[in-house]
Design a protein. Structure first.
Length: 309
């Protein structure tokens, strides 16, 4: 009877152990794989709390996500920040690569070297990295980070694109294959558009030449249309004290010419100032009157009065 009760007591224990083993077997693959979330740049695909989808390369193509439709803009040669959050830890490191046009341009996963009981013991590392790989063996670790990690990657200075693919690849050791998880971000690499600088209007930096107002000369005035006679420019000379005024002798050469008579007529008409012929009658205030014109004509015909010695 006691033996029967013992068997009945042992049976629930055996069933519990069996269920525990079965549950452990179900969740063992999950706990044996690391998971990470791509925080920045924005992932091309939605991610759940464990970072899925991320198991199939090159960008987590096993399905289950929704395209994010986000393109993060960068400049050629810029050092950009990449942030990951490793939510389930496994020893390993990260690699970053760039595809210009399509996911198919991303490089294959690195060659893995197994050892003993570890199919993912180590992976080939490029040092220095060669394009399209931008960085390799980033954040090597064997323990949990405890918080999101950020590192910088420098984009090529000689490349531009409107929609490139930035791949962040995680290598995990100390577990069964597959040895990699994958996330991608859609980015653009474009030079900054500089604001156009308006071209300044050409300015004359030379000091403008100051042109003094000039009174037209008799010759310039006489050459106007309709005036057949060209009047020479009279030389304004001071009247000698010892000489009697010769009315109409504008150039003081003791003779009156037809040209000088024309000047007197133009002065009388107000077309020329009296300064063009200072040899007028001082008693008339240098005004050209009829008497002045008659005297000037007589001087032209008979000659100027003799000079007083």
């Amino acid at each position: 009877m006691l033996r029967f009760k013992a068997k009945r007591t042992e049976r629930p224990r055996l069933i519990g152990c069996t269920l525990l083993a079965a549950v452990s077997g179900i969740f063992a693959p999950v706990l044996a794989h690391a998971h990470f979330i791509l925080v920045a740049p924005d992932s091309w695909m939605s991610q759940d709390d464990l970072g899925l989808p991320e198991k199939l390369g090159p960008c987590g193509d096993e399905g289950g996500g929704t395209p994010a439709g986000k393109v993060t803009a960068f400049r050629p040669g810029q050092a950009i920040a990449v942030t990951i959050d490793e939510v389930i830890t496994h020893p390993g490191h990260y690699r970053v690569a760039l595809a210009m046009n399509d996911h198919s341009e991303l490089p294959p996963e690195p060659l893995v070297t197994p050892t003993g009981n570890d199919p993912c013991a180590s992976a080939a590392i490029q040092n220095p990295p060669t394009f399209p790989i931008l960085a390799d063996n980033v954040l090597p670790h064997t323990q949990a980070f405890g918080k999101p990690q950020t590192f910088t990657v420098t984009l090529p200075a000689n490349i531009t694109c409107t929609k490139c693919t930035l791949q962040v690849l995680e290598f995990m050791s100390s577990h069964t294959a597959p040895c990699f998880y994958h996330h991608c971000a859609d980015i653009s690499i474009q030079a900054e558009v500089e604001a156009a600088t308006p071209t300044p209007s050409p300015t004359n930096t030379q000091t403008p030449t100051r042109i003094a107002a000039q009174t037209p000369t008799a010759s310039q005035t006489a050459s106007a249309p309709g005036t057949p006679t060209q009047i020479p420019t009279p030389s304004i000379m001071p009247t000698p004290v010892s000489a009697r005024p010769c009315v109409g002798d504008c150039d003081h050469n003791q003779s009156v010419t037809v040209d000088e008579l024309v000047v007197l007529v133009r002065i009388a008409l107000g077309e020329l100032p009296s300064e063009f012929c200072p040899a007028l009658d001082p008693n008339n205030g240098n005004l050209v009157t009829v008497d002045v014109l008659v005297t000037a004509v007589n001087n032209d015909l008979s000659g100027c009065p003799a000079v007083v010695s």
